[in-house]
Structure formats: C-alpha cells, structure tokens
Design a protein around this ligand. Structure first.
Ligand code: SAM
Length: 257
C-alpha cells in the first residue's frame, strides 16, 4: 500500500513541477464553464474528471473539505461560493501539490482557503467539523477506498453531504493493467469496479447515495496518448478496451441525528 502511494506521490510531484505546461482536463469531461475557468487563479490547473462543485449547492458560511486538492482548482471555486464567512480546506499528500496550491491561493488573494498536507485515508481534520466533502479524481488513486470513505464520514457533521467525481471500471481490466504504474498515475489502474465503489460508500455509513452524472471516459483516455504530459489522466499510452472506464459524479449524505 505504501509503495502504491509512493508511486502516486512521485507521479503527482512531477506533474506539479510541470504545472505551467499542463493543459488540464478537457471541459467536456470536467464540465466547468468559462466563468469557472476565468475565476480561479492562473496556475491552478484542474486535474479532475468531473465537476463536484457544480452540484454541491454550496451556501455562504459553509465549511468545505476537498480530498486530494491538487493545485486547488475546486477549492478556489468552493471558496467563492462559501464567501468570507465560509472556509475551505484542501488536503493532498503530495508536497509539491500543496506548495503549488498555496502559491495559487496567495496569488488569488484567497484567505478563506487552507491547504494541509495529509493522506485521505487518515485525514488531518477534526471529527464532525465540515459541512461538505468534495473530491475530484482522487479516490481511484488511493489503495484503501473503504478507509477514505470512512474518514470522509468521520469528518462530516451529521446531515452533511459528500460530492465526488471519480473514474471507475465497468468490468475487470485486461491482464497487466493493474500493475502498470503509468496507468495507476493515469487514474485507471487503481480504479474500483463501479459496483464495489458504490458499495464502499454505503458500507461507510452514507445514505441517499445517488449518481448525478455518468459517462464513458475511455475514448478520452485513449485519445490523449500523443500528449501524455498534458493532463493527469493521460499518464499511460496503453490502449484501453472500449467502454472500460466511466466517469461518475455522485452525492451521498451522513445521516442527520
Ligand atoms: C488527478 S489529481 C486531482 C487533483 C484535484 N482534485 C483536481 O481536480 O485538480 C489527484 C490528486 O490526488 C492526490 N492524492 C492521491 N492519493 C492521495 C491520498 N491517499 N491522500 C491525499 N492525496 C492524494 C495527488 O497527490 C493528486 O494531487
């Protein structure tokens, strides 16, 4: 498990250092609009595979936690939505990502956003202290997804909500794919089967689980082999079988008392 995390940390450390040349994930996959793209500080590239903030209905004053915040893209959108009385915490295990995100926050003058280095399987966040958990294309990368969902549940206040975008597999992948480090960094090799992913959320105690959006991501992943450094999910030049990878955006709730 530690080896997997080390491979991911090194891969995302490299991506953070190349951030100036990253194109980010295409809008048709991620679903941000022009005003979102214009609002975040220059240098905060989205490495996501959906748009969890779009469906989160964030309210002024809410506290939001972003699991695997990368360069801070979703944190900055959330910070605008919750306003000066709200707060956003981004957690990421890659030191270079945290450094980038903090530079971006300083550049954009965001003083209601804070970035903490840490593991989503062992969050550096108090019990029952956040209103909303968001996460974008991260949980596929972490070896113990049950633990990550249990941690999200622990830090949410009762009645709080979670909005996640992530990649899942529609069936078992071809032999060798699970062991390919580039495909791991590329958000495919570590991805769960769709049904296992949803079952892990329910097993953590969440209720009201609903899939808000779902589409095939295989074609996009196969299409980016020529520009493999242009976004996180283009880490491998391996051709994936048709329909293997789906992008999901979902919502689930911690029961109210
Ligand atoms: C594909 S990027 C997505 C970044 C960001 N959510 C976005 O949409 O731009 C994945 C991020 O998750 C982080 N990450 C992966 N596994 C993690 C873990 N177990 N704990 C904390 N961060 C993790 C990586 O360091 C990387 O920054």
């Amino acid at each position: 498990m530690e080896d997997t995390k080390q491979t991911v940390r090194e891969g995302y450390g490299r991506l953070a250092r190349q951030a100036d040349s990253l194109a980010g994930t295409p809008a048709e996959i991620v679903g941000y609009d022009e005003s979102d793209l214009a609002a975040v500080p220059e240098g905060a590239v989205s490495l996501g595979c959906g748009n969890p903030t779009a469906i989160s209905g964030l309210q002024p004053g809410e506290t939001v936690l972003d699991l695997g915040s990368g360069m801070g893209f979703d944190c900055f959108l959330a910070a605008r939505a919750v306003g000066p009385t709200g707060r956003v915490i981004g957690v990421d295990m890659t030191p270079e990502m945290i450094a980038r995100a903090r530079e971006n926050a300083a550049r954009g003058g965001y003083d209601n956003v804070e970035f903490r280095q840490g593991d989503i399987e062992d969050l550096p966040v108090e019990d029952a202290s956040v209103d909303v958990v968001i996460s974008n294309c991260v949980i596929n990368l972490t070896p113990d997804k049950a633990k990550a969902f249990a941690e999200a549940f622990r830090v949410l206040r009762p009645g709080g909500r979670m909005h996640v975008s992530d990649l899942v597999l529609t069936r078992e992948p071809p032999t060798g794919l699970r062991e390919d480090p580039d495909a791991l960094i590329g958000c495919v090799a570590g991805a769960s089967l769709r049904e296992d992913y949803l079952a892990a959320i329910t097993a953590a105690g969440f209720i009201g689980l609903r899939v808000d959006a779902e589409h095939d991501a295989t074609e996009w992943l196969n299409g980016c082999g020529d520009e493999e450094d242009s976004c996180a999910c283009c880490g491998s030049d391996r051709r994936l079988p048709q329909g293997l990878v789906a992008s999901l955006t979902l919502t689930a709730y911690k029961p109210a008392p």
